[in-house]
Design a protein around this ligand. Structure first.
Ligand SMILES: Cc1cc2nc3c(=O)[nH]c(=O)nc-3n(C[C@H](O)[C@H](O)[C@H](O)COP(=O)(O)OP(=O)(O)OC[C@H]3O[C@@H](n4cnc5c(N)ncnc54)[C@H](O)[C@@H]3O)c2cc1C
Length: 290
């Protein structure tokens, strides 16, 4: 293993890096440019006894206003895509949209659903992200992960324990370094039409003009979170600067200078109200980091 120098910033504001544009400061912020820097940073903070978290585009998480008392390691600079026998391999910080575009450029179909999800491949595997009938688990072949002992291990699909918006990474400290995804030969023009269509759907139905974390709640079995929220008359409900989107009730948006506490209070209020009125308990999809 080659150990690389890396730099960190002390007491750095996290909000600019988070799609909700809220949250406090990190004791340390690291922006590794490649896998070696990422591994060195983890090793450094682990040895120092500091807690750390590896994140991607922070498009599904919220740091509290009190910040993070450790190192936040953002992978969005660790990029790169390659292809062999219709299997695409992506480094953890590559975006899902680039993955979809790369597949399209190579006339490969199956990854169109990724287009427009604003996360990284690492965050998407952690969350088993999905949209419009597709999800990462349908395309994941294997990944390379750094385990708690500092060893790099390969994990195949069958050992990933994927479920709805969850994976083995939710309960085991495994850092994804890169992953491979399968696709099939198709027609590039047709693939592009599908991707453009999905993007148009997003733009017309989602409040992309405001900061958010996408769907605030997981889909409860047999229901749609947005429909339940709307049915309870909660569209437009506001706590501080956070609001239930008027455009898509499943989204909580940062309408005006919302704090993380505003967002969390609104998540709780919506969940409690929907439970009282319908008996269905909504579970946040947004990860709140302590
Ligand atoms: C406008 C909007 C639309 C969205 N639409 C969708 C959608 O259609 N479908 C959907 O599923 N989601 C959607 N999302 C949510 C989000 O984009 C996805 O969950 C995405 O996969 C998160 O990726 P990320 O890189 O931002 O992860 P982050 O939010 O940075 O992290 C999420 C989790 O993954 C962990 N993680 C990140 N990288 C790694 C790594 N390399 N190794 C181990 N753990 C890691 C983090 O620690 C964290 O626990 C949307 C969000 C927004 C803002």
């Amino acid at each position: 293993m080659i150990y690389m120098e890396f730099t960190y910033i002390e007491n750095a504001s996290l909000a600019p890096y988070c799609s909700m544009k809220a949250g406090g400061n990190a004791k340390f912020l690291v922006l590794p440019k490649n896998e070696e820097e990422l591994i060195s940073a983890i090793d450094f903070f682990r040895t120092k006894g500091e807690k750390y978290i590896v994140v991607g585009n922070c498009s599904n998480l919220l740091f509290q206003d009190s910040g993070y008392d450790g190192a936040v390691i953002i992978t969005s600079g660790i990029r790169g895509l390659s292809i062999e026998n219709n299997i695409i391999t992506a480094f953890c910080g590559e975006t899902l949209s680039s993955l979809a575009r790369f597949a399209c450029e190579h006339s490969l179909t199956g990854l169109e659903f990724c287009y427009g999800i604003p996360g990284t491949v690492g965050g998407a595997v952690y969350m088993n992200a999905g949209a419009y009938g597709g999800e990462m688990s349908q395309r994941f072949v294997r990944g390379r992960f750094l385990n708690e002992n500092g060893d790099i291990v390969t994990i195949e699909l069958n050992d990933m324990d994927f479920g709805y918006r969850k994976s083995r990474l939710n309960y085991e400290k495994l850092i994804m370094l890169s992953a491979s995804f399968s696709a099939e030969l198709g027609n590039a023009d047709e693939i592009k039409i599908i991707m453009d269509g999905l993007m148009a759907k997003r733009k017309s139905s989602q409040p992309l003009e405001y900061p958010s974390c996408g769907s605030a709640f997981k889909r409860p079995v047999g229901h749609f979170a947005g429909a339940l929220i709307e049915q309870c008359g909660l569209k437009g409900l506001t706590v501080g600067g956070a609001q239930v989107s008027e455009k898509h009730a499943g989204f909580i948006i940062n309408r005006e200078n919302a704090t993380a506490s505003d967002v969390i209070a609104l998540l709780n209020l919506v969940s409690d109200t929907v439970f009282e009125k319908t008996g269905v308990r909504l579970e946040p999809e947004i990860r709140i980091i302590d």
